[in-house]
Design a protein around this ligand. Structure first.
Ligand SMILES: NC(=O)N[C@@H](CC(=O)O)C(=O)O
Ligand SMILES: [Zn+2]
Ligand SMILES: [Zn+2]
Length: 436
């Protein structure tokens, strides 16, 4: 593995430094470093962020390889500055056994673009009827700590209670897709005046809020960790805020799209804007931004959800729910949160790297840039702007809501364990990355 000398990067706290990367780790840090034979990256004017960690990615393998694979999804991740992704369980077969989670993790390791930590299903086949082999997945080589039926809600209160009790025994967490199924039958977009106007079945905020309220109470009752996926309403924020004030062990995520986009985009019936949970109102976007800034919402997670083009270029009612997000996440967070003055880059490092790693019990992200730490990092040019286009999408999904939109920032380099996955703004070839 070659050494890499990063010259003149600015750290999230504002300090400028050189970084020497050797054997996959930060070997030296300080001004004017030199190293014979090292590859030099000129980082003058660039910001060094810790490698981004996505707690909510759909990699689609096994079973839906026409939508994404571990290879294509982790290429998308690397291009967006990510060095670790947690892979959701709604594959085919579902990731509800030790065998499937071990397969997904080892595919990630083989390709080398990012660390892949599988999420285990809470219930067998995501059917919501009986608990999956939670213990076996936790003890497996994949060391699963996050469990979720994402795409579906664990709506049975007794199963949810049992799952929370079980994961509490090994410090795991249940990541809930909070959607009361009966209140959202046939739902197509946010419920309100606009859904009536457009003639689309609505998705009430209470369908999300009722489940979150129930689950924080359950988590409290059994003393377990609960994580709430893709929080999307102002009311949900209030419940999480209340629960945290009570000392309940709850964490919450918001997606980049819920920080930037609103339901108004449904007007054109362009299904790129169809997502679960739906885009909400302006008031919700503002509440979500404020909650991320004040720590009520802990992290940003992409919910990268690639779908084949034919399931998106069709009538709104028939289209799949979901958007790709790995390639655009950092730019969208910059636009919604940094350029608006709500948070700084040190907060970005916290909400997109340190805390998601902590929630998922992923080691190696607690002291980035310290000598001896694994070299997971990304160099970005925050002053760049570009019209986001197809050329920036490196996964199989082209269902991005940002195509044609101007976005700030650009990933110039990504290092995963010292291995460059992006250099000079270009994603490196699979063979080069796999060689290390
Ligand atoms: N977010 C989405 O709209 N879709 C996700 C499922 C999910 O995250 O709930 C998917 O798997 O496509
Ligand atoms: Zn979900
Ligand atoms: Zn999801």
């Amino acid at each position: 593995m070659t050494s890499i000398l990063i010259r003149g990067a600015q750290l999230p706290d504002g300090a400028g430094t050189d970084l020497l990367v050797e054997d996959g780790r930060i070997a030296e840090r300080g001004p004017s470093l030199s190293a014979a034979g090292a590859t030099v990256i000129d980082a003058d004017g660039l910001l060094a962020l810790p490698g981004l960690v996505d707690l909510h990615t759909h990699l689609r393998e096994p079973g839906f390889e026409q939508s994404e694979t571990v290879l294509t999804g982790t290429r998308a991740a690397a291009s967006g500055g990510f060095t670790a992704v947690f892979a959701m369980a709604n594959t085919s077969p579902v990731a509800d056994t030790a065998g499937v989670v071990e397969q997904v993790a080892s595919l990630g390791a083989e390709h080398g673009y990012a660390t892949v930590r599988p999420i285990g299903a809470v219930t067998v086949g995501l059917a919501g009827e009986r608990l999956s082999e939670i213990g076996a997945m936790a003890r497996s080589r994949a060391g699963v700590r996050v469990f979720s039926d994402d795409g579906k809600c664990v709506h049975d209160a007794l199963l949810m209670r049992r799952a929370l009790e079980y994961v509490a025994t090994f410090d795991g967490v249940i990541a809930q897709h909070a959607q009361e199924p009966r209140l959202t039958e046939g739902a197509q977009m946010n419920e309100g005046a606009l859904s009536s106007e457009l003639g689309l079945a609505g998705w009430p905020a209470v369908a999300e809020e009722a489940i979150i309220a129930r689950d924080v109470l359950l988590a409290d009752a059994v003393g377990a960790r609960l994580h709430v996926c893709h929080v999307s309403t102002a009311g949900s924020v209030e419940i999480v805020r209340w629960a945290k004030a009570r000392g309940i062990r709850v964490t919450a995520e918001v997606t980049p799209h819920h920080l930037l986009l609103t339901e108004e985009l449904a007007r054109g019936y362009d299904a790129r804007f169809k997502v679960n949970p739906p885009l909400r109102r302006d008031e919700d976007v503002h509440a979500l931004r404020a909650a991320l800034a004040d720590g009520t919402i802990d992290i940003v997670a992409t919910d990268h959800a690639p779908h084949p083009i034919e399931t998106k270029e069709c009538a709104w009612q028939e289209a799949s729910f979901g958007m790709v997000g790995l390639e655009s996440a950092l730019s969208v967070v910059q636009a919604a949160m940094v350029d608006t003055g709500l948070i700084g880059w040190a907060d970005v490092a916290r909400v997109l790297s340190r805390t998601p790693a902590e929630i998922g019990r992923l080691a190696g992200y607690d002291a980035p840039f310290e000598v001896g730490a694994p070299a997971h990092l990304t160099l970005v040019d925050p002053t760049a702007t570009r019209v986001f286009g197809l050329a920036e999408l490196h996964g199989k999904g082209v269902n991005s809501p940002y195509l044609g939109r101007e976005l700030p920032g650009r990933v110039v380099a990504t290092l995963h364990g010292g291995v460059p996955t992006v250099l000079d703004g270009v994603l490196r070839e699979a063979e080069e990355v796999a060689r290390g």
